[in-house]
Design a protein around this ligand. Sequence first.
Ligand code: TRP
Length: 447
Amino acid sequence: MAARAHWTSRLGFILAAAGSAVGLGNIWKFPYMTGENGGGAFVLVYLLCVLGVGLPILIAEVYIGRESQRNVVQAFEALDRPRSPWMVTGWLGLVTAFLILSFYSVVGGWVLHFLSKALLGQLTSRDAAVGGYLEQLFHSPGAMVFWHTAFMALTVVIVARGVAGGIERANRIMMPALFLLLLFLVVRAFGMPGFAPAVTFLFSPRLEDLTWSAGLQAAGQAFFSLSLGMGAMITYGSYLKQGESIPRITAVVAVMDTVVSLLAGVVVFSVVFTFGQEPAAGPTLMFVNLPLLFQQMTGGYLVAVAFFLLIAFAALTSAISLLEVVVAYADEVHGWPRPRTALLMGAAIYALGVLAALSFNVLGDVKVAGHNFFDLFDDVSSNLTLPLGGVLIAVFYGWVLGRDAVLRTFDGRGPRVLREGLLWAVRVLAPAAVAYLLVKGLAGLWA
Ligand code: TRP
């Protein structure tokens, strides 16, 4: 067997893992969820969830990857025993990668579509009927499939080129670009009258806004945003060499992911408040409400291009990590050459995605348990397979590998209170919180 691929440096891992974490979840979902849940209180609970639930599971995944140096399925055999029942966690991860990437690529396609409109000036020309673009896209099966194809093709091409030469290189270009674009947008937002109200909205919690439902959404979002529960971080961790401090590098990744969400929130709400709009517009915020405002601002062309380019990079670096989970497995277990595996697996996921894309139009009447394909893939992964995977990973790390693993994660260094805190979080807090998400999610699926 060929020597296992590795990142070329610590920074390579950090950028790739942050690339996986920073995605549509940060720039599209986080602002609209915060808007729907009253702002500051939601942000506060979100931060607590990242710290108490997200970071511990992130550490668990990266540890499982680095220690085993294997793909999601064999990692559990390597750390437990051959044919360990914990392999189920890996299988579940593969299924989840298929489900998430299929609809993620469809939404990535919408982003490319809007990026092309922004570049052509069609988001900012005076008489453009911008508010209707998303609906128009939904009613055009050809365009939906075309942009989904483009997005998936980019993903496959990058993964086909390998860990260091494809994934790491792409992230080394796209992640710094993403941060620069975000910085440009934040500076631009700073000059807007809506900036101060946006900061107040996000950072001064009104405790009366704290609800169970907001807490539940915050926990789910923290989990999704850090790409947890399906082995993306196990896979990326498996390309780490021994000797890196896992607590430190995972903390950097979690901070980057969280900072991007918060800054995206600042940008989005500065615009929203400058034009006296409603913060609680929901999922259409990014594709309908904001583009309408680019039309009204001076220099809106650049802002629109920067905004959609930012989201395109974010989506693409996440999609890469989803495909890599499947490709790493197929590569190592069946020994297929990587370009062929990337193409084959990409094509299979692409086919599922076509079903999701067409569920907005020609397949609109096809329902599985009351869901169209797009919602089915989204709901089954977010509410069932992801949280289930998360609980299994936390329990495997906290109870099966146990105290020894946690000590090894810290390499015998670090303050005792952090080690004990992590042990308690992965044994009790994180599994309990994620199991609660799972129960609630299942109740919702069947409702
Ligand atoms: N974290 C990604 C985002 O915020 C989405 C995501 C969830 C993901 N689970 C994942 C990405 C697993 C890669 C792998 O958009």
